[in-house]
Design a protein around this ligand. Structure first.
Ligand code: ADP
Ligand code: MG
Length: 703
């Protein structure tokens, strides 16, 4: 079976395999079929020729068998093939050989009939007639002839044998050569097979590679298809984008056109804005100048009104109190009639000790008082605050402001300062209203570049001891721990040790502080009977303002003081232990109040020594009194006739204070004249808490 050939081998075979085979065939005298046999088989291959030659007795051959065998080598099989006769033992040389010999060498083989012998019987039917038995001579003759024939035949056969041996030797040599050639061919075949196997393997690898590449090709083709689709999509998208781009470009051109218009417009607007900014800056400067002018004029106005002002407030008759007789208190109208705010008050007192000559009781004595403003019992808290809001503005402008509430216990001092009970907004006192006003104005001034901060403290002075009303925790209700000290060596600023200074920025924080102060007073009230009315309550707010843009600063304290009850001890009372304590309290109160009067007097008289240190109250308030400080005293009056004596005392004290106001620097303004102070370019002038800096010219009224 022919091995399956690879295409590669087949190609090679066409070139290489056929060549040695053809070469071998050309060198061999034998047919290709015989060449396939080995050298051992060669003799065997030659054997049938011999046999055929030997077996010619049965066949008639016109050619020499040996020559036929040799000459038939290059012939085709069909031309040379003679059906093989079955191998038989070589027949003895008999009559059967004769025809062969006759055909080969007919002449010499046929024996001549000897005389004396009978001639050979004629052929009957192709067969040699048998000699009769008696023809011994004939028979001998035949035998001799036959022997001669055999000898000749033998000679021929020997020659043939020798030829065959030579041929055999030659064939063997050929076989050896062929064997060598075969081995080389086999080696070549092995090499070729190895090459074929290598080629096969390479082919396998290449096939696998081809498969892999085909697979990759398939994948790549899929990818290519996808990419083609993507490319199509992108092309569509590109077309869309190009259209949009065209649109955008058109819009851009339009926009650029409008932009250039806008830029021109912007340029003109910028010019306009620059012009406006210049105008604005100029206006700001003017506004600032106006603000400073407003401050100056406001201060002038306040000073014209008086750096010390006294307001009188009469509280209404409370439920359960006896209504005073008509005409007991009167509020005469001003020069412009009832539309004028009242500034005068008349108190009628019937003195039973005085009598007329007729013995009839004398008529009531009328006491007239005049103040900067008088608030009759029906005046509301808002009305009262309106009058002092100007002073609060002065505090923001950098002038120390101090507001006192003076009067006997129950006259309405606390109501005026803090407000009525119940948290009714209408009943709110001066402290919450003043602070709300401060926060609001500070907010407005922030638009002009001013920044304000506020720090609150609230203390009470009882029997010349200072107690923090904003104390919390374990310090709540305790007193005597606070001392008034200077903030530092050489500093004019005063501070109360152990007292809380709380920054505040809104009304709620102030309300919380007032609530805490009320709680602290309530604790003290249980410890000592009505101590709150026997002590001075001082609410202080440190106001600090700064105009960073112009390098201006201002600072001033706003003090709101609810003074202790000014009533005197009834001299008719027996002096028990409680009364002695009360007497001591009263003496302390009277001492501090008279010191306050003396301080005011010393300030108004421009005395070199002001007795601030004579009481804790004046010592604490020394920065809020005198100089450019604004002082307002509320004298609170009870409307009751039974309190007439204390009311008169209060009114007289207040009148004295007011008389000081008439002699205060502002009182002499019109007569003394105007003094102008011009500050240097980098100079700073401190005016009792009011600081002005840089390029600022101040015209102020002064002595
Ligand atoms: P003081 O502090 O001088 O001792 P208060 O402020 O405590 O007096 O006032 C005593 C009482 O009179 C309080 O009940 C207060 O509510 C009331 N009162 C004072 N002034 C007024 C007023 N103007 N309107 C209404 N009630 C007032
Ligand atoms: Mg009070």
């Amino acid at each position: 079976m022919e091995p399956q050939r690879s295409p590669l081998l087949e190609v090679k075979g066409n070139v290489e395999l056929k060549r040695p085979l053809a070469k071998a065939a050309s060198r061999l005298p034998l047919s290709g079929r015989r060449l396939k046999r080995g050298p051992d088989q060669m003799e065997e291959a030659l054997e049938p020729e011999k046999k055929r030659t030997r077996g010619l007795g049965t066949r008639v051959s016109t050619t020499h068998p040996r020559a036929a065998a040799l000459s038939s080598a290059p012939q085709t099989q069909g031309q040379t093939t003679v059906p093989k006769a079955p191998r038989k033992p070589a027949p003895r040389c008999s009559t059967a050989v004769a025809p062969v010999l006759k055909t080969q060498k007919p002449g010499p083989v046929v024996p001549a009939q000897k005389p004396g012998t009978t001639a050979a019987p004629p052929m009957v039917g192709g067969k040699k007639p048998k000699r009769p038995a008696w023809d011994l001579k004939g028979q001998l003759c035949d035998l001799n002839a036959e022997l001669k024939c055999c000898r000749e035949k033998k000679q021929v056969l020997d020659q043939e044998n020798q030829q065959l041996r030579d041929q055999l030797q030659e064939a063997q040599q050929q076989a050896l050569a062929l064997g060598a050639e075969r081995r080389s061919l086999e080696e070549e075949l092995t090499r070729v097979r190895a090459q074929a196997e290598q080629g096969q393997r390479e082919l396998g690898n290449l096939s696998a590679r081809v498969l892999e590449l085909e697979e990759r090709l398939g994948t790549q083709e899929g990818l290519v298809q996808e990419l083609q689709k993507e490319q199509l999509r992108l092309q569509e998208e590109r077309t869309g984008l190009a259209a949009r781009l065209g649109e955008q470009e058109r819009r851009l051109q339009t926009s650029e056109a409008s932009l250039s218009d806008s830029q021109e417009e912007v340029a003109s607007l910028r010019q306009e804005a620059a012009a406006r900014e210049a105008v604005l800056a100029e206006r700001e400067d003017r506004l600032h100048g106006l603000e400073m002018e407003r401050r100056r004029l406001h201060n002038q106005l306040q000073e014209l009104k008086g750096n010390i002002r006294v307001f009188c407030r009469v509280r209404p008759v409370l439920p359960g109190e006896s209504t005073p007789s008509p005409g007991f208190l009167q509020f005469p109208s001003g020069p412009c009639g009832p539309s004028d705010p009242p500034t005068r008050l008349s108190l009628s007192r019937s003195d039973e000790r005085r009598g007329t000559l007729s013995g009839a009781p004398a008529g009531p004595t009328r006491h007239d008082f005049s103040f900067d403003r008088v608030f009759p019992p029906g005046s509301g808290q808002d009305e009262v605050f309106e009058e002092i809001s100007m002073l609060v503005q002065s505090a923001l402008d950098g002038y120390p402001v101090c507001i006192f509430a003076y009067g006997q216990t129950g006259s309405g001092k606390t109501f005026t300062m803090e407000g009525g009970p119940g948290g009714d907004p209408q009943m709110e006192g001066l402290i919450p209203r003043a602070l709300r006003h401060l926060f609001s104005v500070a907010q407005e001034l922030s638009g002009q570049g001013w920044t304000y901060s506020f720090v609150a403290s609230y203390v009470e002075i009882y029997n010349e001891t200072v107690r923090d009303l904003l104390a919390t925790g374990t310090r709540k209700g305790q007193g005597g721990e606070c001392e008034i000290r200077r903030a530092g060596p050489g500093s004019e600023e005063l501070t109360v040790t152990n007292a809380r200074y709380v920054p505040v920025s809104c009304e709620r924080e102030v309300e919380a502080l007032l609530h805490l102060a009320r709680q602290n007073r309530a604790v003290a009230r249980t410890a000592q009977n009505e101590r709150s009315s026997r002590s001075h309550s001082v609410f202080q707010l440190q106001i600090s303002g700064e105009h960073a843009g112009r390098g201006l600063q201002c600072a001033a304290p706003l003090s709101l003081v609810d003074l202790a009850g000014s009533e005197r001890l009834d001299p008719g009372l027996a002096l028990g232990p409680g009364e002695r304590e009360r007497l001591r309290e009263t003496q302390a109160i009277n001492s501090s109040l008279s010191t306050l009067g003396l301080v005011m007097m010393a300030l108004s008289n421009k005395e070199s020594h002001v007795p601030y240190r004579n009481s804790k109250l004046t010592y604490l308030l020394q920065n809020s009194l005198g100089g450019s400080a604004k002082m307002l005293m509320f004298v609170n009056i009870s409307p009751l006739e039974e309190n007439v004596s204390e009311s008169l005392n209060s009114l007289r004290f207040a009148s004295k204070v007011r008389s000081l106001a008439a002699r205060s620097p502002s009182g002499f303004l019109l007569t003394v004249g105007i003094c102008t102070l011009v500050l240097g370019a980098s100079g700073t002038c401190i005016l009792k808490g009011c600081i002005f800096a840089r390029h600022l010219t101040i015209d102020f009224w002064g002595d």
